[in-house]
Each structure stands twice: as structure tokens, then as C-alpha cells.
Ligand binder design. Structure first.
Ligand SMILES: *Cc1c(COP(=O)(O)O)cnc(C)c1O
Length: 312
């Protein structure tokens, strides 16, 4: 994971029998291979923010997230690599009551902790007000100066980093498919494509507010759309069918998918292909943004619910 050069991840062909009929060419950009603990898009989003923090002479990064957040762990790992102290403000004060138990059962927070992150666990109510100047002032009294990264990591510098996901070789694709959480990743992709290309976003949560979020970081481009049919009920929600799909896809292609973002997108792309939503012969590039670190925690959740299924 090199913060100074322009990392390019490889495009891997996806070979599946159902793609043959209409001559679809499907490739996946393996941003998940940038780092085992830092989701590819989170690396992109952190790159220029960490540069700015260094320029500001900040020694500490502070950010926010849920207990399984890819962004929290990415900040801890990338921060350590770049010699920052890191503080994670985590939603759920009950998690702070017995830290050793929390770390024993939550592999995301454990890995963040092992990379030196300090945690500030707060109630869901307080979490809603986490960006208030009152709360941030209190944190400053406790921890000193810090560089604040928003929840999910999206800001203008994050979008700039995501503009480096595609390379000029990717101009040959008709469609670029991306997961959408806060919208920062897809905004960078939209800003970096050639006009005849189309970007399709697959939100991992409900809500058309995302369209406005994305527009705010773009320059009035029109060649993108969001498909809201594959969030599986909302953020972190899933069905057994989704789990079976992720397991079968890995068996067929050896490519792992996560249940929060990339699994839902891939399910959506293949379903749209089945329904002939893409013209015959389309060349489609899917961005694998990562998230694989979250599988262990997700399986833990399934087990606690006595679920029969798990991600293999
Ligand atoms: C955070 C994340 C996303 C969502 O990215 P946004 O920029 O918030 O839209 C997508 N995929 C993975 C694996 C992520 O960790």
C-alpha cells in the first residue's frame, strides 16, 4: 500500500456460463487486493486526506463509525503506516463497558485496536450529534489537536483520491459499476470517466438522498444512475439468498465478496444481465471496493442469531 505512487489494481475477467449467451464481457477491478485490512476504496479516500493532515502538522486522526466499519479499521491501519495516532468514535456506548470482551468478539475493532487506535464509545443519541462543535471541543480537550475525517471518510479530498481508481485503459468499458455507501467512491469514478461511458451505482442502503450527495461532488455530469433494487432491505440487511449467492460466486470464480457492499452489487449486476438490462455485447467493469475484513464479524453475527448459513 503505497501512498505516494498511483496504485493500479488489475482487471480480472469473470467467466460464468450465463454471460456467454449475449456476449457480455465482465471484468472486476480488484481494489480489494490493495490491502487485506484496508478496503480499496478506503485507501483511495484516505490518501489525500492523510497528505493534508501531514501538511497541517496534525499528529492525530479522528473519525467515526459503527462497530464493523471498514472505514474505522482503514483509518487505524493507514494511520499507523503513516505514523499518525488514531481515535475512533464508535457508535454504541455498551461496547465500551467491557473493552476486552468487545475486542474478543469483534474482529474489526480488535484489528483497529492492535493498530493503535484509541476508542471513544458513545451512545446512539450522542452519535447523531457527533459533528457538533460542543462534542468536538470536548474531544479536543481530551486528545489535543486532530484532523477530522467524516463518518465513511467522504469529503472533497476523498473524492479526489477515488478519481484515481480508473485508468486510461478502462476507457474501453461501456459500463462501470460501483457500490454506494456515502457516495464518495462513485463520485470520484463519475468525475474520471470518458463521456460515452456510463456509471451505475448500487446503493447498499435505502434513500434517494444519495443522488444529491453524489451531485454535490460532481460537475453536473449526467451519464450515471443509481439502481435502488439491490439493497436487500437496508444497510447491513441481508437474506439467505444473498449469502448463498456470495458463496456460489466464490466457488465459481474464486473471488470473495462482502455481504455489505460488493455482494449486493454483484448480485444486482448479474440479475440485471439476466433481465437483459444491458445491451448485448456490453463491456462491463465492476469495481471491487473491498470489505473482505468484515466477513468474520458478519459470520459472528449470523452465529449469534443461530443462523444456518454463513459466508464461506
Ligand atoms: C465504504 C465502502 C463502500 C462505500 O463507499 P462510499 O464512498 O461511502 O460510497 C463500498 N464498498 C466497500 C467495500 C466499502 O468499505
Amino acid at each position: 500500500m503505497d501512498f505516494n505512487s498511483q496504485i493500479q489494481s488489475k482487471n480480472q475477467p469473470i467467466v460464468l456460463p450465463e454471460l456467454k449467451a449475449n456476449n457480455y464481457q465482465l471484468f472486476i477491478k480488484r481494489e480489494d487486493e490493495i490491502h487485506p485490512l484496508v478496503s480499496g476504496n478506503k485507501f483511495r479516500k484516505l490518501k489525500y486526506n492523510l497528505k493534508a493532515a501531514k501538511q497541517n502538522k496534525n499528529k492525530t486522526l479522528l473519525t467515526f463509525g459503527g462497530a464493523f466499519s471498514n472505514h474505522i479499521l482503514a483509518t487505524a491501519v493507514a494511520g499507523k503506516l503513516q505514523n499518525f495516532k488514531t481515535i475512533g468514535v464508535i457508535r454504541g456506548d455498551e461496547l465500551g463497558q467491557d473493552l476486552s470482551k468487545t475486542l474478543a468478539t469483534n474482529s474489526t475493532l480488535r484489528a483497529a485496536y492492535e493498530h493503535g487506535m484509541k476508542f471513544e464509545f458513545i451512545s446512539r443519541e450522542k452519535y447523531r450529534d457527533k459533528m457538533s462543535s460542543d462534542f468536538l471541543k470536548k474531544l479536543e480537550l481530551k486528545y489535543g489537536d486532530f484532523y477530522t475525517l467524516p463518518e465513511g471518510g467522504t469529503n472533497a479530498l476523498a473524492v479526489k483520491g477515488c478519481e484515481e481508481i480508473l485508468t486510461s485503459d478502462d476507457n474501453e468499458f461501456d459500463y462501470i459499476c460501483s457500490c454506494v455507501g456515502t457516495g464518495g467512491t462513485i463520485a470520484g469514478i463519475i468525475n474520471s470517466i470518458d463521456t460515452p461511458q456510463k456509471v451505475i451505482g448500487f446503493p447498499a442502503l435505502k434513500g434517494d438522498f444519495l443522488i444529491k450527495e453524489i451531485q454535490q461532488y460532481c460537475r453536473g455530469q449526467k451519464n450515471w444512475q443509481l439502481v435502488f433494487d439491490y439493497h436487500f432491505g437496508g444497510y447491513g440487511k441481508y437474506s439467505d439468498e444473498l449469502i448463498y449467492f456470495i458463496n456460489r460466486f466464490k466457488e465459481d470464480t474464486t473471488i470473495p465478496l462482502d455481504p455489505i457492499y460488493t455482494g449486493k452489487m454483484m448480485f444486482g449486476v448479474l440479475d440485471m444481465i439476466k433481465k437483459n438490462s444491458f445491451p448485448k455485447g456490453s463491456k462491463i467493469l465492476i469495481i471491487h471496493s473491498g470489505g473482505i475484513q468484515g466477513i468474520e464479524g458478519f459470520n459472528h453475527r449470523l452465529k449469534r442469531k443461530n443462523s444456518d448459513v454463513k459466508i464461506l
